[in-house]
Design a protein around this ligand. Structure first.
Ligand SMILES: [Zn+2]
Length: 170
């Protein structure tokens, strides 16, 4: 959402800001589409297992193409380098933030050069339960913890959204 606001820093329409927030939000979650690996019988620790290739830093610019092209098309602008760079940074932060969580097998940040799974030296973020298990007390605790950690970014995004909208309506 904060990236969406940065992307639309000079926009006057709330719709444009909301679209950017939605597609940048989708970009931030895209690496976790790899949970399908569990259903396909791919082991967690395999290169294409959960937190593997899709969480690598080099995969970010490739994965970012999907939401960034969709966003530019919806905003009726030509696909732009700026949108792609912002989207790539958003996708790359997913793996880096996952490395700050306290569970799982670590993140294959350097794939395809190495399948080694990495953790940050400090893991202050509790790992989230996967799938239906997220809708539990554990899931709620994780969601509230993340909300507290990322509150400054939420406030930055929402404040800009409300203010920008006011200005546009005047
Ligand atoms: Zn992840």
């Amino acid at each position: 959402m904060a990236a969406g606001r940065v992307h639309q820093r000079s926009a006057t329409s709330r719709t444009a800001i909301a679209r950017s927030m939605f597609w940048m939000g989708l970009a931030s979650m895209l690496p976790d589409a790899d949970v399908i690996a569990f259903a396909l019988g791919i082991p967690y620790e395999a290169p294409f297992g959960h937190r593997g290739a899709s969480h690598a830093l080099l995969a970010a610019p490739i994965l970012a193409l999907i939401p960034c092209v969709a966003l530019d098309l919806l905003l009726r602008t030509r696909p732009s380098l700026r949108t792609w760079i912002i989207g790539s940074i958003v996708v790359a932060t997913h793996g880096l933030l996952d490395s700050l969580t306290d569970g799982g097998l670590g993140i294959a940040l350097l794939w395809p050069f190495s399948n080694e799974r990495f953790f940050a030296p400090w893991q202050p973020i509790p790992v989230a339960p996967i799938g239906r298990a997220f809708f539990s007390r554990w899931g709620l605790e994780v969601a509230l913890t993340e909300l507290a950690y990322f509150a400054p970014l939420f406030l930055y995004a929402l404040w800009g959204f409300i203010r920008r909208g006011d200005r546009a309506e005047r």
